[in-house]
Design a protein. Sequence first.
Length: 301
Amino acid sequence: MRLRYIEMFQAMLQAESVTGAARLLNISQPAATKLLQQAERQLGYPLFIRVMGRVRLTREGEVLRPKIERIADELAELQQLAVNLKPSDAEMLRVVSTPTLANTLIPNVVTRMRKTFRKVEINLFTQHTREMLNSLLLHECDVGLTLQQIEHPRIRCQLLSEGQVMVIAPTGHWSASDLARPLSMSSLAGAKVVGLTLQDDLGRKINTRIRALSPPVKVSTWVQTYQVARSLVASGQGVAMVDPFTAGAPTETSIQSRVLEPQIPVSLYAVHRIDSPLTTLQSAFLENVRDVAGQILSAET
């Protein structure tokens, strides 16, 4: 099955008509009709039937659809990769980070970078770690920042800093003397807690500790991100266990934070492709990330 036939198949699925498919492919309607007929003639059976003015897949078309869509997706990725590999005269920094770091760490890092690299174009993307890996492999970005270690034969994962899980509460929840001491995990038993439904390593570690408490914690709200957990805590919805960057956000004045005991380590990683050595600009960016992260972590200990 030729690639042009696959393109016609995808266009028919999206437009549900030959006329619409022709428009998507930027060809005439007779050319689209001929292309579809050629594909069906080569296969020996129809791919679409007309139902009430719209085209629908035949039984054979439904069977072929998953594999054709997979090939179409891979072709689109190949085309995007080819575009991303095109050299550019302008110096550019393309960074992808998880939402947590994009909100708490990246703004200060960019501000520091601008003092030295005034004219550099900086493109910032926000993705979860699984999507980040794909963006790196497709050359859509050059450097990633995440709290999860990525293991892939084409990716280098570099440890930048290490902290620990913090417990956050609304301002005034703890006294000044309390804030100077770690908070024992056992003291959270029976407490009102904002729960995390995160499916990453850190989220699983936090939830494992919570489930072991007796009496159990009182979770009235479950959230998927540390940022939402922080906002709910600030509005008085309980306490939460979060990463140190969420807890130590420089602009955060509506919450307090304490070190959790026993500690749950949190690591900050930089990731990039092995076949693309870091440029001077990218290395400078990571040094600024290391410095800003160190300031946040040292302020919490």
